[in-house]
Design a protein around this ligand. Sequence first.
Ligand SMILES: Nc1ncnc2c1ncn2[C@@H]1O[C@H](COP(=O)(O)OP(=O)(O)OP(=O)(O)O)[C@@H](O)[C@H]1O
Length: 251
Amino acid sequence: MLRFENITVRAGGRVLVDDVSFDVAPGEVVALVGPNGSGKSTLLRTAYRALRPASGSVHLGGRDVWRSPVRFVGRTTGVVAQTTPSDFPLTVADVVLLGRAAHKGMFDADNETDAMLVIAALDAVDMSDHADRDFARLSGGERQRVLVAQALAGEPSVLLFDEPTNHLDLRHRLALMRVIRDRAQTALVALHDLDLAARFCDRIAVMSAGRLWGIGTPEEIVTPALLSEIYGVDAEILRHPRDDSPMVVPL
Ligand SMILES: Nc1ncnc2c1ncn2[C@@H]1O[C@H](COP(=O)(O)OP(=O)(O)OP(=O)(O)O)[C@@H](O)[C@H]1O
């Protein structure tokens, strides 16, 4: 459903992403982890057509992203970027409605389907009570949840989320990971929280200094070797009491 083939990105005389290849299968949720500056956002940006790679290709549902119309990418993907706008002079519902834009012609009026999808998306992130609020006056976490709702409102087949749990409290972090999981959509989600990645994702892809260090199941990836090699942290791996997923305990 999503395929990176030998992606290399250069900027400012540096190689930011270096020959990265992997696939995300239909319905699969893959976490993208790695230290700060390892290239996660840069790689995601090549997939939602915000940054053209120097070489290599990204395919969405078999179509080359960079040879497809912007609108195709807009319809297919639901994007939450890392830098979030904070001062739209719009209501929460209006911001979510923007997520429907790729499905409409320039002069199409908003219809009942749009309204229903906006309500459902706000509901999914526990923000329906805030539909008429001023977006600019929300807290950081509330804004983040509205931007997730905006991405969901487009009914995308692939979610490309860059640290969507940033700013979220514990309950909403878990709730958001469940939304991503339950929609059974294909998803590539940049995360810093390895415990969340291990618990909710089918596989974890690890970036390190622009390269793909490895990709595998949580059991294969979340190991003391990863913690020491990639993060320089001495850690023990315990098991979650309910579902046995690996949990990191830094020593
Ligand atoms: N336009 C650019 N020109 C030069 N360097 C850039 C540019 N954009 C990003 N970088 C650099 O590329 C590297 C990778 O950045 P990127 O944002 O992809 O990392 P990341 O893994 O998402 O990090 P974080 O976990 O901190 O969000 C960083 O060192 C960053 O400074």
